[in-house]
Each structure stands twice: as structure tokens, then as C-alpha cells.
Design a protein around this ligand. Structure first.
Ligand SMILES: Nc1nc2c(c(=O)[nH]1)N[C@H]1C(S)=C(S)[C@@H](COP(=O)(O)O)O[C@H]1N2
Ligand SMILES: [Mo]
Length: 389
């Protein structure tokens, strides 16, 4: 019975339908190397993004350089999207190997096969949920960031095992030119097919990159046919991520009785918009750099957070906990570590491009700081609590 299945699988594997010069160690090694590098860069930028959002004492990420998070996140999304065609091409190059019979030859081989299964599943999960997140389509019932973070470790672990096991094959594959053919008769045709497949994969990666990178690289904007966001479209010429209606703040944000509740060692101060506008105003070109890859810079102005901290009686070592009028949702609150608080460009922004802040961009007041993930640029601020170290 088993032998029978084995025979059939073997016949299928060797059949004309499955045979292609593309199912070749050289093709797999080349695509695999590029995929491995893209995956690793995507992983590392993902870890950095996570540490920006969940600060740790051993890696103090600060407000400078101001462009770092935007570049990090652009690279994360670009390399993640590049992994989609690379992963599909790699799977196509090697899939007859997945049909090898018997499927498991002993313990080590079994573990190696299992790690490939985990790798393929985790990589497909990461790229597909990542793409769905960029397009803000959430058909699942779990919180995206937590699961994406956990699965990244599963994927990178399986990748390291896979690379270690396959290193000899990768070396062999890379050292042989993809032109030399094994079969004499159709050697040239096979080499041409392999070259064409590699070229096609490369062009697909380039096309995906060009068609999406314009959401942050302005000169590429006209070519960004696949990018979900145009960074110059929206109220005051900026995109909106979470709208006032989605956050359920349409009424509370325009209530004339709105005051900022500023809590600190010196007690609680209530400041309305007029009082905030009467304080020294500071302007800076600041960037919204969304985790989803798009970013947009504009001139913002408002009160320096450091000035508010001083007013509340906080020291230079104080951090600030920010809470929004928004009553529910992960991004209704954020924390400004001391390094951000002390940066002269960290603002409680009241105006954008010389106009009052649009409701969609966080009216009456929002946090804007350099080198900060978009998710932490809290809109519709209600309360700031100064916490001295
Ligand atoms: N209160 C609140 N602030 C928020 C969010 C939110 O969901 N609630 N979303 C954040 C995210 S994910 C981004 S990218 C920026 C987008 O700012 P914008 O809509 O002004 O472009 O706002 C941030 N501020
Ligand atoms: Mo965002």
C-alpha cells in the first residue's frame, strides 16, 4: 500500500507535467539567497519598529535622527512586499522536492522537513497578514501587531534552521552558473528557461517595489498604482488613518467646553485651546510615519511638550502619559519617554500648515514628535500626565 503510494508520487515527480528546468538547485539557491536577505531585513526592521512602540531600557531609541523611523518602516514594508513574489518563485522552484518519497527518512530528516513546513506556513502567514494590514482589511479575530510579532520569531527561527541545513546546497547552487545544462540535447533551452525565470522574478520584485514605494518616496508617487494610500490626499493635504467617526470623538472633539487636563507633581491644570494658543508657539516640519509604510511630512505648530511639563512642575527626567478623548481602542493612549519630551520639536500640535488642526488630524490638540511611529502620534488629546522619574 505505502510502496504503491510511493511509486505514484515518484512517477508524478518524474512526469513531464512537473518537470521544468526551473526546478533546479541553482535557481533555488539564487532566489533563496535574495529571499533570505529580504526576509532578514524585514525581520530586523520589524523588531526595531516593535521596540519603538514598546521601549526597552537596553535600547534607548530617541527622537533623533528624525527620519530613522520613517526609513525603517518604509524598508520593512518594501522588503515584506518583495518577499511575496520571491516566496512564490522559491516555492515553485523547489516544490517537486516536497514530494520526495518517503516523506521522512529518519529523525534528522524528519526534523528538517518539519522546520521547512513551519517556515513555509509562518512566512506565508507573515506576508499575507502584513499585506492585509497595509490595505486595512482585518477579517481575522486576533490583534494584528501581537500575532505578527510572535510569528516573526517562529519564522526567523525556522529560517535559521533551514539555512543551516541547506548551506551546502546553497553553496553548490551559487557556485554553478545557471547556464551549464546537464542534458546535452536541450541544454541551451533549459538554460534560457532558468535565466528567464530568474529575470521574471527580478522584474516582478522591481515592479511590486516601484508600484508601492511611492507612498513614502515622493518621486515614485505617480507610479504607485498598488499603494493603498496617497500621501497628499486628505484633509489639509494629508492622509487620515483613524477617522474621528471611527474613534467616536466627533462630538467631544468640537465641544467648546474642551480642556486639556494637565496633571503633574505641581497639581492639575486645565487649559482650553485659547490658553494653549496664548503660550509660546513653536513650529517644526514633522512626519507621520505609519507602521503600514506610508509617511508624510508637514509643518506643524503648537506648544512644546517640555513647556507643558515645566508648567506641571515636572523635571527634565519626566515622561508623559497621553490619553485621547477616544474611549476605546489600542491607540487611544501613548507614552512620551523623557528623551522625546525634552526634544524642542516635540509638540502638542494645535495647527497644521498654518491653519487650525482639522478634526480628522486630531483637533483640538494632538501629539507630534520627531522619529515616532504614527500609532503613537496620539490625536484628540484629553489628558497629559507628567510622571517624574
Ligand atoms: N486617538 C488616536 N490617535 C491616533 C490613532 C488612533 O487610532 N487614535 N491612530 C494613529 C495612527 S496609526 C496614525 S498613522 C496617525 C495618523 O494620523 P493622521 O490621521 O492625522 O494622518 O494617527 C495616530 N493617532
Ligand atoms: Mo498608523
Amino acid at each position: 500500500m505505502l510502496a504503491d503510494i510511493g511509486d505514484r508520487v515518484e512517477r508524478l515527480r518524474n512526469s513531464q507535467a512537473l518537470s521544468s528546468p526551473v526546478h533546479d538547485e541553482r535557481v533555488a539557491a539564487r532566489i533563496g539567497t535574495v529571499l533570505g536577505i529580504a526576509f532578514l531585513v524585514c525581520f530586523l526592521t520589524g523588531v526595531l519598529s516593535h521596540l519603538h512602540q514598546h521601549p526597552v531600557s537596553w535600547l534607548p531609541l530617541g527622537p533623533r535622527p528624525s527620519w530613522a523611523y520613517r526609513v525603517n518602516q518604509g524598508v520593512h514594508v518594501v522588503t515584506g512586499l518583495a518577499c511575496v513574489p520571491l516566496l512564490l518563485a522559491k516555492l515553485f522552484a523547489v516544490y517537486p522536492n516536497l514530494l520526495a518519497w518517503p516523506p521522512v527518512r529518519g529523525l534528522v530528516h524528519g526534523l528538517e522537513r518539519a522546520s521547512v513546513g513551519v517556515l513555509v506556513a509562518a512566512a506565508l502567514f507573515q506576508v499575507s497578514t502584513g499585506v492585509m494590514n497595509i490595505y486595512q482589511w482585518y477579517p481575522w479575530g486576533f490583534g494584528f501587531p501581537g500575532v505578527h510579532w510572535a510569528m516573526a520569531w517562529v519564522a526567523i527561527g525556522a529560517l535559521l534552521v533551514h539555512v543551516a541545513v541547506q548551506l551546502p546546497a546553497v553553496r553548490r547552487g551559487l557556485s554553478r552558473s545557471s547556464d551549464e545544462g546537464r542534458e546535452h540535447t536541450d541544454k541551451d533551452a533549459a538554460a534560457r528557461t532558468r535565466r528567464g525565470f530568474l529575470l521574471g522574478t527580478g522584474l516582478t520584485v522591481a515592479a511590486v517595489t516601484i508600484a508601492t514605494a511611492g507612498q513614502t518616496v515622493t518621486p515614485l508617487r505617480p507610479l504607485s498604482v498598488l499603494a493603498p494610500r496617497r500621501t497628499d490626499v486628505g484633509p489639509q493635504g494629508l492622509p487620515v488613518n483613524r477617522s474621528a467617526a471611527q474613534a467616536n470623538v466627533i462630538q467631544s472633539a468640537v465641544d467648546p467646553a474642551w480642556v486639556l487636563e494637565l496633571v503633574g507633581p505641581g497639581g492639575t491644570t486645565l487649559l482650553n485651546r485659547a490658553a494653549l494658543l496664548a503660550m509660546p508657539q513653536h513650529s517644526a516640519v514633522l512626519t507621520i510615519a505609519c507602521v503600514e509604510g506610508w509617511s508624510a511630512s508637514a509643518p506643524w505648530s503648537g506648544v512644546r511638550v517640555a513647556d507643558l511639563v515645566a508648567l506641571a512642575g515636572g523635571s527634565a527626567a519626566a515622561s508623559v502619559a497621553v490619553t485621547s478623548l477616544q474611549e476605546r481602542g489600542t491607540y487611544r493612549s501613548s507614552e512620551l519617554p523623557a528623551a522625546y519630551v525634552q526634544d524642542p520639536d516635540t509638540l502638542l500640535a494645535l495647527r497644521l500648515k498654518g491653519e487650525d488642526l482639522h478634526l480628522e488630524h486630531g483637533f483640538p490638540a494632538r501629539i507630534m514628535a520627531p522619529n515616532r511611529p504614527g500609532v503613537l502620534q496620539t490625536k484628540w488629546v484629553a489628558r497629559m500626565e507628567v510622571r517624574d522619574a
